[in-house]
Design a protein around this ligand. Sequence first.
Ligand SMILES: Cc1ncc(COP(=O)(O)O)c(C=O)c1O
Length: 365
Amino acid sequence: MVLCSNPSEQFKSYQSEIEDAVISVMRGNSYVLGEQVRYLEREFAEYIGTSSAIGVANGTDAIEIALRALNIGFGDEVITVSHTAVATIAAIEATGASAVLVDVDSKFYTLNPAHLQELLTKKTKAIIAVHLYGQAADLDPIITFCNSNKIYLIEDASQAHGAKYNNKRVGSIGDIGCFSCYPTKNLGAIGDAGLVTSNNHELASKIRMIREYGWQDRVSMQPGRNSRLDELQAAILRIKLRHLDKDNQKRRDIAEFYYEKLLELPILLPSIRSNAESVFHLFVIQVETRDSLLSFLKEDGIIAGIHYSLPVHMQPAYNDRVIKSEDMTVTENIVQKIISLPIYPELSKSDLNKIVNRIKRFFNL
Ligand SMILES: Cc1ncc(COP(=O)(O)O)c(C=O)c1O
């Protein structure tokens, strides 16, 4: 069986390092928000290029806490895309704010800045730019829009640990960067984890307070919650962070192989911005006969994915509530055609050959 992503293969790559680190945490006397979290925060901030990083319980919390740190809540509006993990929108709603959903562009599948103006209201407080599939959203025009309208920019970099835009790592460009470290992510824990990044000391210390009851010296100075990161996950993430650039390069090599082998087929391959470096969290192609290709691959034990099969504004929990652009044509069209091919650092050459040969057979080649 070839899976779309396979975190247990990554565990095997670093098994002895991880097991040693886990045993050492268990034999210690600090299990939550201890020295492993502190080291991880320092190392991740240095890697991303921010003055601070704050460990939290998961990526959804990272976004919710980022919004709360910017005083965004009930009565406010936050613009983001519908073509994203539901988590992005769930996090907005958890603050009491309303999600305002905009279409993506047809080439890179990220927020289309051309539609921002029509969604702007007096209530708009922030934009969440989602760096989807490992590639940065088009931040330059989004930043110009944010600056001229005095609204905040949050980067949802959950699918793009290490990706670059104009030579800067994503998560270091907006006011706050948010990362999920769910096991399948480029930097994945063996459980839930998340990180928030910022170059603003005041915001960083507020985020640090909010993740633990709003505490400062164990006194709640503002409303907060529990979104602590544990030592086991932090220790594991520190190990994986050391290997992240190498693992991202392996993903790029796999992408290169797909580009080369699938070039002549009736498939739309992913486009990469000239000023961006993708970390290929996913390798998403478009095919007219998507469902039959998915089944054809599955018959041979190849499990491709769909990210995402239903835009958030069309999901039952959201369809009658979220505010959205009138025109969601691109989002609604691509979800019929996209397939995420298997991609992860440990994917073997023989599995890769099997995948491309099977796809070629599907097209009778
Ligand atoms: C774009 C995006 N945002 C947010 C999240 C939420 O992260 P988590 O599952 O860690 O809460 C994810 C993860 O699925 C994601 O892909």
